[in-house]
Write a protein that binds this ligand. Sequence first.
Ligand code: DAH
Length: 346
Amino acid sequence: MLQDKIKQYTEEINQFQAAALADVEAFRLKFLVSKGIVKGLFEEFKSASAEDKRVLGKVLNEFKQLAEQKFAELQAPFESASANQKQAQEGDLTLPGNGFQLGSRHPLSLVRKEIVEIFKKLGFVVSEGPEIEDDWHNFSALNFPPEHPARDMQDTFFVEKKDENNIALRTHTSSVQVRMMEMGKPPFRAIMPGRVYRNEAISARAHCFFHQVEGLYVDENVSFADLKQTLYHFVQELYGEGTKVRFRPSYFPFTEPSAEMDISCTICKGEGCQLCKQSGWVEILGCGMVDPNVLENCGIDSKKYSGFAFGMGIERVTNLKYVIRDLRLFSENDVRFLSQFETELI
Ligand code: DAH
């Protein structure tokens, strides 16, 4: 009886085939779990006669081994299949990695950094001020007369109209000069980079926001010769030795005398090209000796102290390095443009 059953199940096991993992599980549930057939036969075996036990013990043990071995055989192909599947999902680990693309620095950031580095070596510190500014710091303290056209709605983005002291987006970084001088005592030697805003129609040559770097040097006995030498050195450092400079008289309310500085065209080296409109020269900044009125407005004794200031547009300086013909590219975030510039690991 027990022997018959063993014979019958042995046959069943020998013929058992698993088409799917579920069949393997069915096999296990039928034969190998604690309420399964193998265990059941061992239970039956307990009540067999001593004589039967002698014969059946060996047969039953072989049956158990057969069931376990069959289970392992049934399981094997599915295990290696699932290992293959796992590897396919994870990818081939022996392949070289894909790498990832690093961003690049914005050209304006690169040039700003370069400008700042040059002046830092001359002992200038970096200072910043707010982009939302009041009339006093943006205009009045800088000696702009009340009716000056730059204060006009056409040029300035107003945030809030107040009787005496309108709040607006700063139109230049010269406002930072005022904040710096109001807050401290001379000597001052600072470079002030930042974003500025003007109410202009956006085109290839003009934008409603751009970037400037302001410079200020105030101490006893500062002269126009100091101004010229500092800016000359700056240009040699930024555009290379041999770049020529020239100063043209100009007017700014906050400097007296005032000048604009041109450099020999960096593209044609002064020969004449489209960029310099065939003149061989390009303007890069405005400058001058700080007007005594400005010093006094900021609480500085203009009899004792004098100083020079300058301001330049970072976009313009960048154009002269990289020849970018459309200002709008700077703010469009087009990676085809941006990825052409230096990548820097921080
Ligand atoms: N603030 C002027 C502008 O936005 C630039 C400038 C000219 C700044 C002369 C100065 C300066 O400090 O001395 O056009």
